[in-house]
Every structure is written in C-alpha cells, then in structure tokens.
Design a binder for this molecule. Structure first.
Ligand SMILES: Nc1ncnc2c1ncn2[C@@H]1O[C@H](COP(=O)(O)OP(=O)(O)O)[C@@H](O)[C@H]1O
Ligand SMILES: O=C(COP(=O)(O)O)[C@H](O)[C@H](O)COP(=O)(O)O
Length: 383
C-alpha cells in the first residue's frame, strides 16, 4: 500500500509516494486535488511556439506524466481544452480578439498581438492561478468562429499553450515554468501542411500562402519569446547526412538557475560529448551514422544553458532503455520510466527520434518542477 498523501502538513515537506496499482494512483490524485480545494494554488506552465509546431502533441506527453486519462473538455461541441484529473491544457488561440472573418477585415494575422485579447488572457490566467473558475471563450479552428464560452475549473497543473504565452509581461509573470518549441521553417512547413490539410481542411496552397504571409509577424512577435523560456526544444534538419529532409536533429536547451529545474545530463555534467551508440545495442535504419547523441554547454539569451541533443532516429523504442540509463537528473522515478512513457506513445509523432525522447524528458522535468513548487510528490504511474 503506498503512503497516502497526508493533509496540508505534507506540503511542509515532500511526501514520498509510491503506488503499485491504479487504485492507489486514484487515491493520490484525489488527495492532490483535495489539496487544491484546501488552498494549494495551481502550478502554471507556459508553452510557446508557432502554429503547427507540435504543441498539442507535446502536451499529451506532459499530461500523461500526471496520471489519469487526458481528454477534450466534454462539452459536446468544438473545444481546444484538454483535461485530466491533475491537468488542464488551455490553447491561447481561444483569446483571439476576432474570428477568421474578422481578421480578413482587419487584414491582420492571428500572430499579431492586436488580434489577441491580452487583458482577458491576463484576467483569466490570474483567476485560474488563484484557484478560481472562469468562463473562457473558444476559438473554433474548424470553422474559424469564436464560440460560446466554456467553464474551466482549475486543476493542480494548468498549461497554457499557444502563440503568445510570454508576449504580455503580465501573463508571462504568472508562468511558473516556460517552454519554447523552436522548429526550423522547413520542418514546420511539413508539419503544419500535414495538420491543417488533413485535420482542418485547408488547401495545401492556402496553407503555403498563410505561412508566407505570417512570417513577418512570426519573426516580430512569436520568435522573440524563445529568449524568455526556461527550456527550449529545437527541431532542426539532421546533420548526419547532407540534404536529408527526413531525419531530425533535436536539441534540448536547459537554462541554468531556474527554480526547481535541474538540467538533465549525459554521463558527466558539463562535459562536451558526442556519442554514436553501437547499432547492435541501438538499431537505426537512418542513413549515415544513424543516430548521434551529444552534450554541450551554450549560452541562451545571455544565460548559461546545458544542452543535450539527439540527431537521427532509433528503430526500437524498447532499446532506448540502454540510452536512458546513461542520463542523469531526468526526472524519472524509476529506471526505465522514460522508455515506458515512450512505449505508451508508440506510433505517435516523434516516437522514434529526439522529439519523442527529449519531450518525454521535459515532461518528467515539468512533473519535477510541479513537485518542487507544490511540495508534494506525484506517484510514478503503475504499470
Ligand atoms: N514530433 C513530431 N514529429 C513529427 N510530426 C509532428 C511532431 N509533433 C507534431 N507533429 C505533427 O505536426 C502537426 C501539428 O501538430 P500539433 O500538435 O497540432 O501542433 P500545434 O498544436 O503546435 O498547432 C500535426 O500534424 C502533428 O502530427
Ligand atoms: O495560428 C493559429 C493556430 O495555432 P495552432 O496551429 O497552434 O493551433 C491560429 O489560431 C489560427 O491559424 C487562426 O487562423 P485560422 O483559423 O484562419 O487558421
């Protein structure tokens, strides 16, 4: 039987929790949620990136680290809000000032701050962080309208993902941890075209035109937010083979000196390392070296940062246990938790490259940041 979460006294000192079955996980989640009712404030995470950069996909990996099934808010109509027992993921597109038709009249893109209601965004992020319910507007990505508001009840973790979480200083200061996803244009183009064509019904030509039209606003309003992030996931074309448009080089840039956030490292913290695992231990069908893992120290926006990266792809997720064991300060609660989490998402975008691996590490670190702020231990999920 796991040690149940005590009353508020547990917030005085972290309570080690171990659960061995889902029922105990449910008890733990219920008690963490009860702590919210007794005054514990939600922890607020911000995720910034351009449209089509994988924010929603990444957030599903993050919410999975807190247990409980994650599903769209069950309001019976279009919503962007993802909810689980412990987490709420809010899409900041819901704070668009105008709908699609309205933007055609103003001639402004959704990336332009003038097309976003930052006063309402600030008011509602602040209220939710204070543990209060809000009636949040909905931006309907399918038909481009602003739909009737939905009620949002705070959960222990609230994630705001979208174009501008760190643009308005008032909103930025409410974020307890800030993540930026930085995708190079060619990769972003492929991802956004795939999604907006298949899921949102846009023509390939219109998507191409929209991306081009939005580039100046992306450069002016979205990209600069990466300098405010505590960690950045950069997705670049591979360096292993020239002109390879398929494989990815993914970097996790971890700023130092962030409260409750101890960077993950390979073997020896601070060492510059390049490591090509032997293919008999980590199979890779990618060309050239197949897969290279690296570590270095960089400056990011003037701050010292610890960088770990993965270039290329691995064929078998279960073989990543071998790689996982070489890393330290990963936020995992048992050896193999990273591999287990990646196996649970097998087949999802990024399952076999650095995005899946480094997003999973970042998800565990978000859990660690939450535990540090809330002074409570989230149980590792039962098998
Ligand atoms: N790591 C990844 N590797 C490959 N494709 C991805 C990855 N993450 C997301 N995608 C694809 O990119 C598109 C946009 O993803 P999504 O999560 O909807 O982005 P956002 O929420 O930032 O708009 C989707 O088609 C998704 O399948
Ligand atoms: O940038 C985004 C979507 O962001 P994401 O892709 O991250 O959800 C805007 O909300 C829509 O593009 C609005 O314009 P339209 O609905 O006309 O495309």
């Amino acid at each position: 039987m796991g040690t149940p979460l005590a009353s508020r006294s547990s917030f005085a000192s972290p309570v080690a929790l171990r659960v061995t079955n889902d029922k105990e996980m449910d008890v733990a989640i219920q008690q963490i949620s009860m702590s919210l009712a007794s005054g514990q404030k939600p922890v607020v995470i911000g995720l910034a990136a351009d449209s089509g950069c994988g924010k929603s996909t990444f957030m599903r990996r993050v919410t999975a680290c807190f247990g409980g099934a994650c599903k769209l808010n069950p309001i019976g109509r279009e919503t962007n809000t993802l909810i689980s027992d412990m987490t709420t993921v809010i899409c900041l597109d819901d704070y668009h000032l105008n709908d699609r038709q309205g933007r055609k009249k103003t001639g402004l893109t959704a990336l332009d701050p003038r097309e976003n209601n930052f006063d309402l965004m600030y008011e509602q992020v602040k209220a939710l962080k204070e543990g209060k319910k809000v009636m949040k507007p909905i931006y309907n990505h399918v038909n481009g309208t602003l739909d009737e508001a939905e009620e949002i009840t705070p959960t222990p973790i609230i994630i705001f993902e979208g174009l501008h979480p760190f643009y308005d200083k008032r909103v930025e200061e409410l974020m307890d941890f800030k993540i930026y996803v930085d995708i190079t244009p060619e990769v972003k183009f492929n991802w956004k075209v795939q999604r907006d064509h298949e899921e949102r019904g846009h023509s390939i030509e219109s998507i191409k035109q929209q991306i081009e039209a939005r580039k100046p606003d992306f450069d002016a309003y979205i990209d600069p937010q990466k300098n405010k992030a505590d960690c950045v996931i950069q997705v670049l074309p591979t360096n292993l083979v020239a002109n390879d448009k398929t494989h990815l080089n993914v970097k996790l840039i971890q700023c130092k000196g962030v409260d409750h956030y101890a960077p993950t490292y390979l073997w020896d913290e601070g060492s510059d390392i390049e490591w090509v695992p032997p293919r008999n231990k980590l199979a890779s069908s990618a060309p050239g070296a197949g897969l290279k893992i690296y570590q270095k120290t960089e400056k990011w926006a003037g701050k010292d940062a610890a960088v770990i990266g993965m270039d290329g792809k691995y064929d078998k997720i279960d073989e990543m246990m071998y790689v996982e064991k070489q890393f330290a300060s990963t936020g995992s609660k048992f050896v193999g938790e990273i591999t287990k989490k990646m196996l649970e998402y097998e087949g999802q975008p990024g399952s076999n490259d650095g995005t899946g691996f480094l997003q999973t590490i970042t998800a565990l670190k978000v859990r660690e940041v939450y535990e540090g702020i809330a002074k409570v231990k989230v149980p590792a999920q039962a098998n």
